[in-house]
Design a binder for this molecule. Structure first.
Ligand SMILES: [Zn+2]
Length: 254
């Protein structure tokens, strides 16, 4: 029986070893969205596939669709992002991003915008001059909020997400449940809100303008960094919960 061979570019965001020498890869492909593909006997030293595919590689892959799963038939490395593996903080950032992808990417849903964001983020992460922990954290947040925005979860940052009143710089609270910034009047019935400053809101607005050049030059106070981290975490965990409830994603480790 002749199999159809599919060829595409993909970013490898997860791998799992199975059986004696097989390896399963979770790949976000340019043409077919998320795919799980097995590399048969790929961990054997003689495997012709192993040089072309590895975690956090951009690879050209070819696979066939079997009954149970897709099997790799060819791999060509396009970009290794080598600087990421040389720096522990970068590696941690890469794993954090791959976790987000694993939690939110649905199977076989092609999305050029997500593809572009992944390639852009990893190219930035691979930049040798980017080493500071605070900048790496900012890059993670740059990825995270733009990723959520593409998925349709852009936060409200200009008007109160509840009463729609125009926001003033000294009256800003973040409510993940309500999808953005709310005013003090609307915090009354709320348990989980965080008072934020205008800098944190401005940073978020710049992040969503998707301009890393401007963002990377900003001087950010530690208090605003902390706020950005807190609101990102609460937004992320709230979206995970919401998606689980409506069954959009499966339970993975939260
Ligand atoms: Zn309000």
């Amino acid at each position: 029986m002749a199999f159809v061979h599919y060829r595409t570019r993909g970013f490898i965001f997860k791998k799992n070893d199975r059986f004696e020498a097989d390896r399963f890869f979770s790949i976000f492909t340019c043409d077919f969205g998320r795919n799980e593909v097995v590399g048969k006997a790929i961990r054997k030293i003689t495997s012709k596939l192993r040089a072309g595919i590895e975690l956090f590689y951009l690879s050209e892959i070819e696979f066939i669709q079997g009954k149970a799963y897709k099997t790799l038939t060819d791999t060509v490395v396009l970009k290794k992002f080598e600087d990421i593996g040389k720096n522990l903080e970068k590696l941690k950032t890469a794993f954090k991003i791959s976790k987000v992808l694993d939690n939110f990417l649905r199977f076989e849903e092609k999305d050029k915008r997500i593809w572009d964001l992944i390639v852009e983020t990893f190219s930035l992460l691979d930049n040798k001059r980017l080493t500071e922990t605070t900048r790496l954290s900012l890059l993670f947040h740059y990825f995270l909020w733009n990723f959520f925005s593409i998925l349709g979860y852009q936060p409200e940052l200009f008007r109160c997400a509840i009463c729609q009143k125009k926001l003033t710089f000294d009256d800003l609270y973040f409510s993940a449940e309500d999808g953005g910034i709310i005013c003090s009047v609307c915090t009354k019935s709320k348990k989980e809100v965080e008072k934020v400053n205008s800098d944190a809101v401005k940073i978020l607005r710049i992040i969503l303008k998707r301009d890393w050049q401007i963002l990377s030059r900003l001087k950010i106070e530690p208090v605003s960094q902390k706020l950005l981290k807190n609101i990102s975490e609460s937004y992320y965990s709230n979206l995970l919960k919401e998606n689980l409830k409506i069954g959009k994603i499966k339970v993975r480790d939260l």
